[in-house]
Design a protein around this ligand. Structure first.
Ligand code: UDX
Length: 463
């Protein structure tokens, strides 16, 4: 099939490349000419494992092309995929201006009947609005081509995007007739061994599924984060609780890791957007409002552990920070908890020495004006003379760190682990004050914070 993908962001570029890999003729288009120039040289605009290799492979096989000429992209394909950004407005609602501007331009350049597939994450009803815009422009031009609208949300995870796209656990497709369903079935057949993994639904349900899935995952994380705070005070261990919960097949083991709170380009934005969609129709999504609130609190809760350890005196302290990206395997800093933490450390007068395996370039752009932030390639160098180490992203290299070297480099042997990558017993044996998430607090905090005694918990039943 001849497919044009409009938008070479995360979703557009990964999807376009994967469709080319499966033998389609794909033209990826973007109004950013510099980005297209780089893509033509095989350079991806962001880091994603394996992506550049796959781009080069498919470009050399002449199945994957790039253009800044939107008209060419719209005229030359049978199927147009809209994969432009849908950022949050200030009030949390979804900014659909890029999607609608692509719809206008499809209307202007359409030269035959076409399938228009919306891949961007959009609120319920957007596909319908896209069709209306295209048809209005077609009418104004006095032409009458058929527009077959499809909703086909993308569920790829950054850092595992190729795997998610090439071997999807499920594909959600919203269609309105059998003919389009057949076309989409043929398109996705090479991606799945079993076609029952392709779920055909109506367009509204497809649009909603994307938000619902992300909102559910965010809910699991916030639930575990909130529970972790109770574990800290009662002496339970959130990692063991997680293990026990995850063994129940009705719950499952995934997305139950307590930490510093979720970040990234999807969860924060999509949770807000779903809350806003509900408000627009006079409803409140109370659970999701709490999910968002707990996430904000979790960043602050972790910060407070550091602040409490130093008895509120962060002024003049140097904090080594391991990890800036919102999660491992990506250089993405969007809504990264590390940035929020850095902001707080600076506000309270501390200096930050941060290291990340691949997010430094982006971090330099964002933080270059901050004289009290230093960025390091080597995560050991970031430790020199620091008062404490704070771990924010669970990069595998941090897990394998030489802890004796860590101890020797730090001024105080204290680690705040926001991702629970080490075992408290081992860390304490090595002589660290080790303060993690959802476990009995490390030595330093125990001195200051009373852990609840079983008696305190049971007293109310005895009295
Ligand atoms: C997410 C969805 O997983 C994906 O399906 C959707 O298309 C886009 O949004 P992504 O943002 O790439 O993908 O990252 P993901 O791996 O889902 O993690 C999101 C955030 O949740 C990260 O900040 C991560 O650290 C956090 N997280 C994840 C936890 O805190 N605990 C967990 O158990 C899992």
């Amino acid at each position: 099939m001849r497919i044009s993908v409009i938008g070479t962001g995360y979703v557009g570029l990964v999807t376009g490349t994967c469709f080319a890999e499966k033998g389609n003729q794909v033209l990826c288009a973007d109004i950013d000419a510099t980005r297209i120039e780089k893509l033509n040289q095989g350079i991806a605009p962001f880091y994603e494992p394996g992506l550049e290799e796959l781009i080069k492979k498919n470009a050399s096989k002449k199945r994957l092309h790039f253009t800044a000429n939107i008209q060419e992209a719209m005229e030359s394909a049978e199927m147009l995929m809209i994969a432009v950004g849908t950022p949050s407005d200030l009030d949390g609602s979804t900014d659909l201006s890029y999607v609608m501007s692509v719809a206008e331009s499809i209307g202007q350049h359409m030269n035959a009947d076409k399938y228009v597939v919306v891949k961007s994450t959009v609120p319920v009803g957007t596909c319908e609005a896209v069709r209306n815009v295209i048809e209005r422009v077609l009418r104004a031009r006095g032409v009458n081509y058929k527009v077959q609208i499809v909703s086909n949300p993308e569920f790829l995870r950054e850092g595992a995007a190729l795997e998610d796209c090439l071997y999807p656990p499920r594909v959600i497709v919203g269609v309105e007739n059998d003919e389009t369903q057949q076309v989409m079935l043929n398109l996705y057949r090479p991606f799945v061994e079993d076609t029952s993994k392709i779920l055909f639904v109506d367009i509204f349900s497809s649009e909603m599924t994307k938000y619902a899935a992300n909102a559910m995952l965010a809910t699991r994380i916030s639930f575990m984060n909130e529970l972790s705070r109770i574990c800290e005070v009662t002496g339970a261990n959130i990692d063991l609780v997680k293990k026990g919960m995850g063994m129940d097949p009705r719950i499952g083991p995934h997305f139950l890791n307590a930490g510093v709170g979720y970040g990234g380009s999807c969860f924060p934005k999509d949770v807000k957007a779903l809350i806003k969609t509900a408000r627009n129709i006079g409803s409140e999504l109370s659970i999701l409002q709490a999910v968002e609130e707990v996430n904000q609190q979790q960043h602050d809760h972790f910060f407070k552990k550091v602040q409490d350890y130093f008895k509120g005196q962060l002024e003049g302290k140097t904090i080594a920070m391991w990890g800036l990206a919102f999660k491992p395997g990506t250089d993405d800093l969007r809504e990264a908890p590390a940035l929020r933490l850095i902001e707080k450390f600076l506000y309270y007068g501390a200096r930050v020495k941060a290291a990340d395996p691949i997010a430094l370039e982006g971090a330099r752009k964002l933080l270059s004006f901050e004289s009290r932030v230093e960025l390091f390639d080597s995560f050991y160098e970031a430790l020199n003379g620091a008062d404490a180490l704070v771990i924010v992203t669970e990069w595998p290299e941090f897990k394998g760190a030489d802890l004796n070297q860590v101890k020797a480099s730090l001024k105080n042997s204290v680690i705040f682990d926001g991702r629970n990558i080490f075992l408290p017993s081992e860390m304490e044996e090595l002589g660290f004050d080790y303060i993690s998430i959802g476990k009995e607090m490390g030595l330093g905090l125990q001195k200051q914070t009373a852990i609840l005694q079983p008696q305190q918990i049971t007293n109310q039943w005895i009295n």
